[in-house]
Design a protein around this ligand. Structure first.
Ligand SMILES: *[C@@H]1O[C@H](CO)[C@@H](O)[C@H](O)[C@H]1NC(C)=O
Length: 247
């Protein structure tokens, strides 16, 4: 957990590998989790989807993010991605399973947990998940039900049934409340699109975000911050600059 790591070095990078889809992370100690509810000032971002978005270092250096989720590492260990990671520390694995069968992700989570029990690092590899907003996400249900996941990033975009611009506040909250009720010991992130992609238009206006959406989710004790999809879009819109003050 980043906040417990208390590394004085500004940022640590975490990534993962054998996972099918991907993962990641980098941390700055977040002041965050001490408030029972309200703002966490924690913003996570997906990085690695577009060459034009800049290097991982540049992304970290914007100062707009506390966590960078490196996506997607879909090949097990032989990816060139490792060339980009020299210097950052790997401390988390994010399960982002968007294709294929749901089998064995629970086994994988248990394996990683076993590994954590057997090493001396008190933190180990943190398990996190990225899920679709409509509860449950069938590919991740078994894995999440192991209750081993520290963070759950819920994608409130790409699905008109539960993205704010299409389903309204009530549509978001109906699902948000299910995720937070089902996994009360996980920290839940509100996943948002950082640009209005043609045909989707899932980017929530800053005014709506500040006045309506964030105050609603921030009432939940396990609310942990905002996750932006993705750093390339954010490099175009600079949404994260606003979001970090509100999250
Ligand atoms: C994105 O598009 C939707 C639908 O047109 C609109 O409601 C929303 O305000 C747009 N977001 C931004 C940030 O402009």
């Amino acid at each position: 957990m980043a906040s417990q790591r208390r590394r004085s070095s500004a940022a640590t990078i975490a990534v993962f590998f054998f996972l099918l889809s991907l993962l990641a992370v980098f941390f700055q100690p977040a002041a965050a989790y001490y408030h029972p509810q309200g703002k966490r000032q924690t913003v996570a971002v997906f990085w690695g989807r577009n060459k034009a978005e800049g290097s991982l270092r540049q992304t970290c250096d914007t100062g707009d993010y506390n966590i960078v989720i490196i996506s997607f590492l879909s090949v097990f260990g032989h990816g060139k991605y490792w060339l980009d990671l020299s210097g950052p520390i790997v401390n988390g694995v994010n399960f982002f399973i968007d294709h294929g069968p749901a089998d064995h992700y629970d086994d994988l989570a248990n394996r990683i947990n076993d590994y954590n029990q057997n090493i001396h690092d008190p933190i180990g590899i943190m398990l996190t998940a990225t899920v679709r907003c409509s509860y449950p996400d069938p590919r991740m249900k078994k894995a999440l039900d192991t209750k081993l996941f520290t963070q759950i990033h819920v994608r409130f975009y790409d699905d008109p049934r539960c993205s704010y611009n299409h389903a309204g506040l009530a549509g978001v909250m109906a699902q948000w409340n299910r995720w937070s009720a089902r996994y009360p010991n996980s920290r839940i992130f509100l996943g948002l699109a950082a640009a209005n992609v043609t045909g989707k238009n899932d980017m929530v206006g800053v005014g709506e975000l500040r006045r309506k959406l964030l105050p609603a989710v921030q009432k939940t004790e396990s609310y942990a911050g905002v996750t932006l999809w993705n750093s390339y879009y954010d490099s175009l819109t600079h949404y994260g600059r606003y979001v970090k003050h509100l999250a």
